[in-house]
Design a protein around this ligand. Sequence first.
Ligand SMILES: Cc1ncc(COP(=O)(O)O)c(C=O)c1O
Length: 418
Amino acid sequence: MIFAKKLAEALNMKNLFADRVLNNSTADLDEIFKNSANPENISFSGGFPDNHLFPEADLKQAYQDAITNDGPAIFQYQTTQGPLALRKKIAARMQQHAEVPTTANEVMLTQGGQQAIDLVAKLVLNHGDAMIVEGPTYMGALAAFDTYEPTYYEVPVDQHGMDIRVLRKTLRQHPEIKLIYTVPDFHNPTGTTMSIKRRQELVALANQYNCLILEDSPYRDLRYNGKSVPAVKHFDTEGRVIFISSFSKILSPALRTGWLVADEHLMTELINLKSAIDVQSPNVTLAAVNTYLDEHDLDAHIAKLNAAYKVKRDAMLTAMDRYFPKNVQYTRPNGGFFIWVTLPDNVDAHELLTDVILPQAHVAYVPSSCQFASRKVKNGFRLNYTSLAPVTITRGIQRLGALLQPQAAANLQTAIQF
Ligand SMILES: Cc1ncc(COP(=O)(O)O)c(C=O)c1O
């Protein structure tokens, strides 16, 4: 993005670019992710699954079997919504894993959850339209929403999910709000899960103020402790909740296979929008995912992931308990991919990363500013624990903790309790 801006300026083409491109505020992330790709660094920044846990041989077999079984039709254009057999399986999983009774007609396959976010934004948001996002929130969703240039209202997240008192007040003050975006299960980036009571209150408020809810839940099945709670969509009484999820975190992100569940009145429009963008998701992959689900027990695979990720989460928390200063706060998630760290108020986590942590500790994280729509909160960062081996996690946290000590000592007031 920085490159695009500079090139446009140099060639005097800047006036040709739409505002949404020039306003995109995730540009500095390029730099962070570039640095974290350096093999000398220990990167806690990406939301990556563990490479070693992909069911490589099973997926290879599934692709082969899908091509053999489906014959030449597998290479033909298919429907925008995706293959019926796969939509039926997803509908069954929605009942089983999220307590959402649905049918194949209410399911659409998308190119990852990311495309589903974009489709919903496109369905709802005109330039300047009001929407709610959590603060902090998934930065990829902000990147998608940014291109529709909405007016953001930010609602904080605590250990029980979105703060419903603030949500209520915000909706009262801004009844024009159209869309509420939430990541209720093992939230990206804080790892927290919304309580059942708040899920019910959220739906009641959406009904009262005539909003849509976008429930984004790719981490739902990755639970290491405690009991699953029903999806927000479970409490939906008026067809206002659009639920999205993905095979990215539970199978492989390279499949670019996600799904969206919406009542039929919304689905018709969403299908039209997707058709205009890419006609359909790649059918060979969708057929392979369907075949994988026929040939293997996805839940057994997820149980394997959960066992491995629990060890990694525990390794990170144990190391943080040991090496982090006492006035640095962090979440203790029951699942998902991330831990959120809150530094003392006046520490800028982005500056700290580029000036101190990366050059001296060779450790990378994602600073808070790009995970808030307001970009104003500077004293936090996100850590990912799923992609690295436990021993590397411990080493990285030790190095990070050593450099946080002087920062914390210089700012002895307690950080805001998350
Ligand atoms: C909350 C959330 N939503 C959506 C996505 C998009 O994932 P994908 O497009 O790979 O399904 C991610 C990926 O990190 C995420 O964390």
